[in-house]
Design a protein around this ligand. Sequence first.
Ligand code: HEC
Length: 246
Amino acid sequence: MKRTGMRASFLVLCAALLTISACTRHSGAPGVTPRAFGTALVSVSGEKQFAGVGSQLEQPLVLQVNDAKGVAVAGAVVRLSAAGGAFATPREGLTGPDGQFTATITLGGAGGHYQIVASSPTASGQQIFMRVDESALGYQEMLGAKLNEIHCIRCHDPESTAERVSNMDNLTAKPHAFTDGAVLNPMSAADLTSIISHGGVAVNKSAEMPPYGSMLTKQEIAALVAFLRAVADPPYLAQGVNYASN
Ligand code: HEC
């Protein structure tokens, strides 16, 4: 009898302490209790995707918590936050036996970049952070995305999928991924239009970049340029970023 009483009051004390710490640290967030702690958060997959405004990204975002030796940590808490109407489902949870946490991302209603901030508490009560960039595309940019699927992606994406084998290895001059803002942002809209319309030769680049001027309309080429600007990471200067407040 006495023992059960003590156990019960111990549990009440624990609950009270948990509530206090949850309130002070996360201003009332529901709070998942960590079973383990890591020292690094890394992205496994699902970064730099794009989809239409307000829609869900095709691939889930997969993050991993590691310890100081780079070994995956199971039972660590991962929290995700976003701004501009974008959100993750679930917003928080524990890493699985493989040290990974998976969430689906839904983009906000405006076109542009969305930054997703992931955090995980460490043993010393600090937080480790990492940020991933995703893009929401408006109508014209979605048209560009579709044209990219049909005409460009086989050379410009180094990854192969079940439906598509990347052609990149067969090319002498290496094309860049369209998300490569470091390369594409400094190119003017006129240069991009020119290389897409007239091919690599027109701008003193490789002839392996074919001309599309007779196959695509001016509107379609403009849509491709808009798409390149929309998915660039780091973001193209003229585009706003929805930074998560974390
Ligand atoms: C057959 C392969 C191939 C296809 C298909 C292709 N490209 Fe390229 N592209 C290249 C190569 C190779 C280069 C690099 C040329 C160089 O650096 O000399 C390139 C370069 C570019 C560049 C300059 C930036 C960079 O990546 O170096 C842009 C912009 C570009 N391509 C856009 C497109 C668009 C848009 C399409 C689809 C309409 C497309 N490409 C289709 C091979 C291709």
